[in-house]
Every structure is written in C-alpha cells, then in structure tokens.
Design a protein around this ligand. Structure first.
Ligand SMILES: [Zn+2]
Length: 121
C-alpha cells in the first residue's frame, strides 16, 4: 500500500514520500512523478531507445503498436520490472534510509524482466 492509502486507513500519520521527502506519496507519484522515479524512467527510455510519455506510461505500453510482438513483450516485461524495482527502493528507503542511484536500479531490470517473461509463459 502506498502512504496515501495507509494514511486514509489511519495506519500512519503522514504521507510524505520517503524517497524525495517533498511530495505526498500515492502510486502515481511513487512510480512516475517522484524525481527519483522520473530519473529511472528517463534512463529506461534511453536504454531501450523508446520515446514514451512519462504520464500514462503503462497505458502507452498496452496501446503501443510495435511490429515485433517479441519486442513489445520484452519492453512490457522491462516496464513491469522497473515498477517492481522502484517499489523495492521505496521499501528499502523506509527501512534502511538508503536510496540507490537510478542507474543501479536500471542495472537490475534486465534480469527481473527475464524472470517475469519466464513466469508469464
Ligand atoms: Zn517522491
């Protein structure tokens, strides 16, 4: 659960993002608009050489028309892996108070994307 939901249920007292400490944490902020996440997505787009909008990136991925079904599957798996790793960073940040560099997060995406594809088929 993101902090906005935990706050809504009275489990926590504030919903400030643990990564940037500047905005309220909801799923959109955490996964896309947090400066850390936005840096990760910028690196991701450069890595895959794909021009995708940051706003609505998942919707873009689902509607993306690509000539190669395999390429689309790989990109979608990599997107899911990046979301997973941003979530892991958020959880580690709450416990260990450490934020890895975005390039370190991107380095873990390929291996996770391969696992994701393996379990999906
Ligand atoms: Zn943030």
């Amino acid at each position: 659960m993101t902090k906005d939901r935990l706050l809504k249920f009275g489990i926590i007292a504030d919903s400030v993002c643990d990564i940037c400490l500047a905005h309220q944490e909801d799923h959109h902020h955490l996964l896309y608009s947090c400066p850390f996440s936005a840096q990760c997505w910028d690196l991701f787009k450069t890595w895959l050489n794909i021009n995708m909008p940051l706003a609505g990136v998942l919707e873009w991925g689902l509607k993306w028309r690509c000539r190669s079904l395999l390429k689309k599957q790989v990109v979608l798996a990599a997107m899911a892996a990046l979301v997973y790793h941003i979530w892991i960073v958020r959880n580690k940040c709450r416990i260990e108070f450490q934020i890895p560099r975005p390039c370190r997060v991107l380095a873990d995406v390929p291996a996770t994307a391969r696992l994701h594809r393996m379990f999906k088929t």
